[in-house]
Write a protein that binds this ligand. Structure first.
Ligand SMILES: [Fe+2]
Ligand SMILES: [Fe+2]
Length: 244
């Protein structure tokens, strides 16, 4: 192993202890929505951020010009077709999805939005919403061997939700067994992930714990180790380049 790790520009936010501010993206700042931006991009609504919906709040009808993905961290969110999204659900919508959401009891989620959100007038497109939505709950997901990095002595597993097996791009659940590590690799795009259970240690010695939301910019180089095992959900926007 000759290549050194690079974790410059990394951000770590824990959703249970972070602060919140009014969410600015949808039509003048609906007071029922608050966010904590981790990687906020120009243009309404896109980036990587935590979103908290107050009881009775929600999002008016909007259209995603790119992929929308989120993880339900607490509470419930009701999608426009009546589907109830609950704690542990990992949700992926194809570009072009239109929907509105409500949260009678309130909820908190972690969102990855690839392109700006536009509020729109008109009706929900229920068929499109249903066809373009995938929901997997990490508590009861099945796992298979992760294919996108060379195997280590203690390989890692995944549950692909939207994924390219050859490049490692996509949105997927990753499980490290106790003692597992990922081979050293470079990210040609952004890697973002949340620790859902357990701990994971990066090569600079930083250990992430449950609730941590991590953002690694393009150009990051690392291989991670989990002493006791962990479950994460990752969103990876560019191909992985293996360095071992
Ligand atoms: Fe949305
Ligand atoms: Fe990585």
């Amino acid at each position: 192993m000759t290549q050194e790790w690079n974790l410059d520009g990394r951000q770590i936010v824990n959703w249970k202890t972070c602060d919140w501010q009014p969410y600015p993206a949808l039509d003048g700042g609906d007071s029922n929505l608050e966010w904590h931006p981790i990687r906020a991009e120009a243009g309404p609504g896109n980036g990587y951020y935590l979103l908290k919906v107050a009881p009775g709040g929600g999002a008016k009808l909007h259209e995603h010009t790119g992929q929308e993905e989120f993880i339900m961290l607490a509470g419930e969110l009701v999608d426009g077709d009546g589907t109830v999204l609950k704690e542990g659900d990992c949700v992926s919508y194809d570009p072009g999805t239109r929907h509105r959401t409500t949260s009678p009891k309130g909820c908190t989620l972690l969102a990855y939005i690839a392109a700006p959100i536009n509020t729109v007038e008109g009706d929900d497109e229920l068929d499109t919403m249903k066809a373009g939505r995938k929901v997997v709950n990490w508590h009861d997901a099945g796992f298979a061997r992760y294919p996108s990095l060379p195997e280590t002595a203690d390989p890692i597993d995944w549950h692909p939700i939207r994924a390219n097996e050859e490049t490692g791009e996509g949105f997927y659940i990753v499980k490290f067994h106790p003692g597992s590590s990922s081979a050293l690799h470079e990210h040609t795009g952004v890697e973002e992930f949340i620790m859902l259970d357990g701990t994971l240690t990066d090569p600079d010695g930083t250990t992430y714990g449950t609730g941590d939301c991590i953002s690694l910019p393009a150009g990051s180089v690392h291989g991670s180790f989990s002493e006791k095992g962990c479950v994460t959900v990752a969103m990876i926007s560019g191909p992985l380049r293996t360095l071992v």
